[in-house]
Design a binder for this molecule. Structure first.
Ligand code: FES
Length: 316
């Protein structure tokens, strides 16, 4: 598998009181493939889980650095890394992929909440090196929980402001009026990112100047109930099954013996995108652009999206 890398855990250390930094080096000591800020790797954990983590810190070629928050509602990946992973352990990771790359800009606004700091810290380092002015707003529950606190205080081209308050507090103040050369990057919990987008849109920011990456699985809509049931139909066989509110389309297909290519199961990697033949998709992924979600030849992310129509026919 040429797109996979054998790595070894070279170091683990605390970042704030809630996160763990993990340094990975190539098992054979060779140079690792280069990456740009915003890139992530799939980490194949020995417990059978595959999780996506943003690369962070300086780009050295000798190692990859990820940082993993301690999640109370962990789906298993965070718990395994915090409780079981040890230095010297071998892991399989993908080569870096970037769905959240920095665009050419005169000035940059970075907005992070919680562990969403990881790609934005890498972006801040890149902007610092390029001499591009930036402001990083980093919202945390408490100053003690902030990751990379010392590193974030040493910028000269930009500044980092840590807010130990509700991530949504002060957004209207932190997001300025739009400018053509000003780009905004946001990363954190889905609710925080939605709020940032809402505030920026209300201030008439252009869609193309707002860049977002999700770290949490896309949640079912608040108030999901039995009325949210719809039917998924497979075009090639005509088979149809109900998708209840507490299951994803992918789960229903798998339960009925249909193979679904899955990776992140969070709507961020694109592995499960499948053509839509008929029906109106309720897009919940963050891997497709708004234009793609409204286009003629639409695709549905089977791991997280749902349906506005009573039936969704997919091209499988
Ligand atoms: S599995 Fe990654 S977007 Fe669905």
């Amino acid at each position: 598998m040429s797109d996979m890398l054998n790595v070894v855990v070279d170091g683990l250390w605390r970042q704030g009181n809630k996160s763990l930094a993990v340094r990975l080096v190539a098992e054979g000591g060779e140079t690792l493939p280069d990456w740009l800020p915003g890139a992530h790797i799939d980490v194949h954990l020995p417990c059978g889980l595959i999780r996506q983590y943003s690369l962070t810190g300086p780009r050295t070629g000798e190692s990859y650095l990820i940082c993993v928050g301690r999640e109370t509602a962990s789906r298993g990946g965070s718990r395994y890394i915090h409780e079981t992973l040890r230095p010297g352990q071998r892991l399989l990771v993908s080569v870096p992929r970037n769905l959240f790359a920095l665009q050419q800009a005169e000035r940059v606004l970075l907005m992070a909440a919680g562990i969403g700091i990881t790609p934005l810290y890498a972006m801040a380092l890149e902007l610092e090196a390029a001499g591009t002015p930036f402001t990083l707003h980093y919202s945390v529950k408490s100053h003690e929980s902030a990751a990379f606190r010392r590193e974030l205080s040493q910028f000269t081209q930009g500044e980092c402001v840590i807010h130990a308050a509700s991530p949504r507090a002060g957004l209207a103040e932190h997001i300025p009026e739009p400018e053509a050369g000003l780009h905004l990057y946001v990363c954190g919990p889905a609710g925080f990112m939605e709020k940032v987008r809402e505030v920026a849109t209300a201030k008439r920011w252009m869609e193309g100047n707002i860049h977002a990456e999700a770290f949490q699985p896309v949640a079912l809509a608040a108030g999901s109930n039995a009325a949210d049931v719809f039917t998924i139909a497979v075009a090639s066989t005509g088979e149809r099954w109900p998708v209840p509110a507490d299951k994803t389309i992918a789960q229903v297909l798998q339960e009925n013996g249909v193979a679904v290519p899955l990776s992140c199961e969070m709507g961020i990697c694109g592995a499960c995108l499948t053509p839509v033949i008929d029906g109106v998709v309720d897009h919940r992924d963050t891997v497709q652009s708004e234009a793609e979600k409204c286009g003629v030849n639409q695709q549905v992310a089977l791991c997280c999206s749902r349906s506005h129509s009573r039936e969704l026919v997919i091209g499988l």
